[in-house]
Design a protein around this ligand. Structure first.
Ligand code: IYR
Length: 222
């Protein structure tokens, strides 16, 4: 096989003290990020969302195939259709489909089948994964590590939106097949989640949640 073209790495080396400070700053900022369910209808410029999508699109992915597509819904009528379909599925979930164990686990969040934020928030970023890609000539193109890739890209997106000063909700109405139909996506795509995005409501509240301690989630072998 021929050698692929290579280029020098654009690495920014920092003094160790600065590395610690940068890491600390990032941790302080990202720990403030919370999933929000009370949004303001205050508009958010499309250009800000586009900038954050550039961060998502830079994520590593299997064989760099970038098996993702983002549909950014700001249109009121489309948002209403999504809300209606999501609430119908969620009603079934909360009234029978979810096990008691699941409902008990959800109790700390105070959620139910009502999803007004799907109409109130200015943007719904619907993240689709590509089970297979499509080349410019229309032929199928294999994708790799799709779940991993889409998860990483969505993580980048959430971090970028937070850093930009926006609130997000990782919403996964269950099941999500209706999103492909409403948004007219191809059969090679599956909805991964809706990232509800906007300013939080002035009186937004979030549940009191605790994170596990580092020692419980990380073990060093030195
Ligand atoms: N999709 C439902 C239920 C739900 C499930 C989990 I796991 C959550 O962390 C939160 C909600 C809903 O959005 O209400």
């Amino acid at each position: 096989m021929a050698e692929p073209p290579m280029q020098p790495l654009d690495h920014r080396e920092l003094p160790l003290e600065e590395m610690q400070a940068q890491a600390r700053e990032f941790v302080t900022d990202i720990r403030r990020r919370r999933t929000v369910r009370h949004f303001s209808d205050r508009p958010v410029p499309r250009s800000l969302i586009e900038e954050c999508l550039r961060a998502a699109n830079s994520a590593p992915s299997g064989a760099n195939r970038q098996p993702w597509h983002f549909v950014i819904v700001g249109n009121a009528e489309t948002k209403s259709r999504i809300r209606e379909a999501a609430e119908a599925e969620e009603y079934e979930l909360y009234h029978g489909r979810a096990s008691n164990e699941w409902l008990e686990a959800l109790a700390i969040l105070g959620t139910d089948e009502h999803k007004p934020f799907l109409e109130i928030a200015p943007w719904l970023i619907v993240v689709f994964s590509e089970t297979w890609g499509i080349s410019p000539d229309g032929s199928k193109k294999k994708t790799f590590y799709v779940q991993e890739s889409i998860g990483i890209a969505t993580g980048f997106l959430i971090a970028a939106l937070h850093r930009a000063g926006l609130a997000t909700l990782t919403h996964t109405p269950s099941p999500m097949g209706f999103l492909r139909d409403i948004l007219g996506r191809g059969e090679n795509e599956r909805a991964f989640l809706i990232l509800v995005t906007g300013y939080p409501a002035d009186d937004a509240e979030v549940p009191v949640l605790e994170k596990k301690r580092l020692a419980d989630v990380a073990s060093f072998i030195e």
